[in-house]
Ligand binder design. Structure first.
Ligand SMILES: [Zn+2]
Ligand SMILES: [Zn+2]
Length: 132
C-alpha cells in the first residue's frame, strides 16, 4: 500500500536506466532511488553513485506526481485547514509523519500555523485522521 504512488511513477521502469531519468533534481524521490541500480545504502542514508549526492526524501516535493497528489488533497479538503478551517498558506501534511506514505488517508490539508503546531506539539495525528 505504501508504494502505491511510487509504483505508478513513469520513471519506475528500470529499462530507462537511471530512474531519475538523469535529472538529479528529481533524484531525491527516495522510494524511487531505492530501486535504482545507481543507489547505494550508506550509514547516513541513500547515496547516488552517479551524481555523488546523498538522496533526500524532501526533494520529491518538486516532482509533478507529488504536485498532482497535493492538488487532489487540497481539493478533497475544500482548500481549508483541517483544524482551523483557514484557507491561507495551506500545505499537505503526512499524518503518520512518514514522507513516503502518500496514500490519501495519510494526507491532510493544514494551514501554516496549524502545521507548525502539529509538528512541534503533541497533537495526536490519529485524531486528524478520524476527524473526517
Ligand atoms: Zn489551521
Ligand atoms: Zn507535516
Amino acid at each position: 500500500m505504501k508504494n502505491e504512488i511510487q509504483l505508478s511513477l513513469f520513471a519506475f521502469d528500470i529499462s530507462t536506466g537511471l530512474l531519475c531519468r538523469e535529472e538529479p533534481a528529481s533524484n531525491g524521490f527516495r522510494m524511487l532511488c531505492y530501486q535504482c541500480p545507481f543507489s547505494e545504502k550508506r550509514k547516513r542514508g541513500l547515496f547516488c553513485s552517479k551524481y555523488r549526492i546523498m538522496i533526500r526524501a524532501r526533494s520529491k516535493y518538486g516532482l509533478p506526481q507529488w504536485k498532482k497528489t497535493r492538488q487532489a488533497i487540497l481539493d478533497r479538503d475544500h482548500r481549508s485547514c483541517h483544524i482551523c478551517r483557514s484557507g491561507d498558506f495551506l500545505s499537505v501534511h503526512h499524518v503518520d509523519c512518514d514522507p513516503t506514505n502518500d496514500v490519501p488517508e495519510n494526507l491532510v490539508t493544514l494551514c501554516e500555523r496549524c502545521h507548525a503546531l502539529v509538528h512541534t506539539t503533541a497533537i495526536d495525528p490519529g485524531s486528524l485522521r478520524s476527524h473526517r
